[in-house]
Design a protein around this ligand. Structure first.
Ligand SMILES: Nc1ncnc2c1ncn2[C@@H]1O[C@H](COP(=O)(O)OP(=O)(O)OP(=O)(O)O)[C@@H](O)[C@H]1O
Ligand code: SF4
Ligand SMILES: [Mg+2]
Length: 456
């Protein structure tokens, strides 16, 4: 079996806060293999960003302390390296792109100056070569007229273009590993699809591995070879993507999957949500940290913490009941989706038949949160007419399958004011903290109106 390119081995990260020390990552173990895409998913506050910054040893710049564990980059344990020595790794062997591209650029220097500086830092090119390489990279990530953009300031580029420029910066030294923290969350849906497609292309072209942090299970379904699910500073499940979407072992994963729209659900289905919220890390619950929210908790769960145990097929899960007989096996098992009415159900049989052929991961990949459907009562989302039989797209082309699904879903949903119609809503119940439709977001509910021009 291939050796991991990056391995976080039983990593614990503490912060000293006013209320005392807080263990934000707890015995976290994670592996990224050469050439693969590992998606790290979980609710807001579960520790995804922290895990990725820890891999780059950036957490120490925020007063975090790696108090236990090792970080292996290939054969080397970089957990004890000085920050000076870490500079030989960052950019060259592993690069990171962030959700907010403006944070990576200094507004007072041109994009070209900053790209060239990043390239020159590694000392292999002359200034002229670095400039030419930067122009080439901007062109490669799809920025038109790259020579011209080199001379522009970050504030003069659109969000999508700036995100591309940041990807170009990350690629400037051909890293073996790209860590991308929510790289598309701040972008509109069309640009998101383009950026994801670009990342897929570049991964193959550069032979990179990608650690992709995302709250969006649709993105994970499109992009991931493997998925790791985080909850309250720990990995609770890890599996090859197809297996995870088909048969999640952990109740938390099942809850996440059940709460998002996917192709194949009958029209009008009310999606269940995971009650409650992520616990405070200052005083996490004893035993399994998920037990206060878990519909399957048994007394043992409140007393001792389940280890992240290995299961068949290279899977891991931290649940005492992970492979109990009778453990629900569907993506939503344990979290029941409710169909609206018997009449509605029978009307949808044809749709269900039409979409049964879909692989579970493709069903999620085809329906993203912003096309989730018509508004239900607060706290619910209702699924529109499913896109019967999304194109049977292979890995790397599902982005386009998704666009087809969006068009088909949007056409099928009744408009506001029409019989049975109401304003279009999307909702992911606690999975997201920011949306591209910021102005229309109703913060606490995490729901927003889909712009009418995009939906019709
Ligand atoms: N610089 C910091 N100082 C103190 N605590 C921190 C810091 N960064 C993260 N934490 C702690 O770690 C927890 C996880 O934060 P993190 O940003 O990794 O979550 P996340 O899963 O990336 O969430 P989101 O989806 O909202 O980005 C936070 O709730 C906080 O308790
Ligand atoms: S260990 Fe218990 S509480 Fe935790 S996820 Fe499993 S069943 Fe639920
Ligand atoms: Mg984050």
């Amino acid at each position: 079996m291939a050796k991991p390119l990056l391995e976080l081995e039983r990593i614990t990260v503490d912060f000293l806060k006013e209320e005392g020390p807080v263990t934000a990552l707890s015995e976290l173990s994670l592996q990224v293999f050469p050439g693969e895409t590992l998606c790290l998913v979980g609710e807001s506050g579960s520790g995804k960003t922290l895990a990725s910054k820890t891999a780059m040893r950036l957490v120490e710049y925020e007063n975090g302390r790696i108090s236990r564990g090792n970080i292996w980059l290939g054969e080397q344990d970089i957990s004890t390296w000085s920050q000076e020595r870490m500079r030989t790794v960052r950019g060259r062997r592993a690069a990171m792109i962030f959700q907010e591209p403006m944070s990576a650029f200094d507004p007072v220097f041109t994009v070209g100056q900053q790209l060239v500086e990043a390239i020159l830092q590694h000392g292999e090119k002359t200034a002229k070569e670095a400039w030419r390489h930067a122009v080439h990279l901007l062109g490669r990530v799809g920025i038109p007229e790259p020579e011209l953009r080199m001379k522009m300031y970050p504030g003069e580029l659109s969000g999508g273009m700036l995100q591309r420029a940041m990807i170009a910066m990350a690629l400037s030294c051909s890293p073996e590993l790209l860590i991308a923290d929510e790289p598309t969350t701040a972008l509109d849906v069309t640009v998101q699809a383009q950026i994801l497609h670009l990342l897929q292309e570049l991964k193959e072209e550069y032979g990179m591995a990608i650690l992709l942090v995302t709250h969006d299970l649709g993105v994970a379904a499109e992009m991931a070879d493997r998925v790791a699910v985080m909850y309250a500073g720990r990995i609770v499940e890890e599996a090859p993507a197809a297996e995870l979407f088909e048969r999640p072992l952990h109740p938390y994963t099942r809850g996440l999957l059940a709460s998002v729209a996917r192709a194949g659900l009958p029209r009008g289905t009310r999606l269940p949500s995971i009650e409650g919220s992520i616990p405070s890390l200052t005083a996490p619950p004893a035993g399994c940290r998920f037990h206060p929210r878990c519909p399957q908790a048994v007394p043992q769960c409140t007393q001792s913490e389940p280890p992240l145990a290995g299961y068949e097929g290279g899977r891991r899960a931290a649940c005492w009941l992970a492979e109990e007989p009778g453990n629900p096996e569907s993506p939503g098992g344990g979290w029941q989706a409710e169909a609206e009415s018997p009449a509605q159900r029978s009307g949808d049989d044809a749709d269900r038949r039409g979409s049964r052929r879909l692989e579970p991961a493709a069903a999620f990949a085809g329906v993203r949160h912003h096309d989730a459907g018509t508004a239900g009562e607060p706290g619910t989302a209702r699924v529109p007419q499913p896109a019967a039989g999304l194109p049977d797209a292979g890995h790397g082309t599902r982005v386009f399958a998704k666009e087809a699904a969006i068009r088909s879903l949007s056409a099928a949903a009744p408009a506001a004011g029409e019989p049975g119609g109401s304003p279009l809503l999307f909702e992911v119940r606690g999975l997201c903290k920011a949306y591209p439709f910021g102005a229309a977001c109703c913060g606490g509910r995490r729901a927003g109106f889909l712009p009418s021009t995009a939906s019709r």
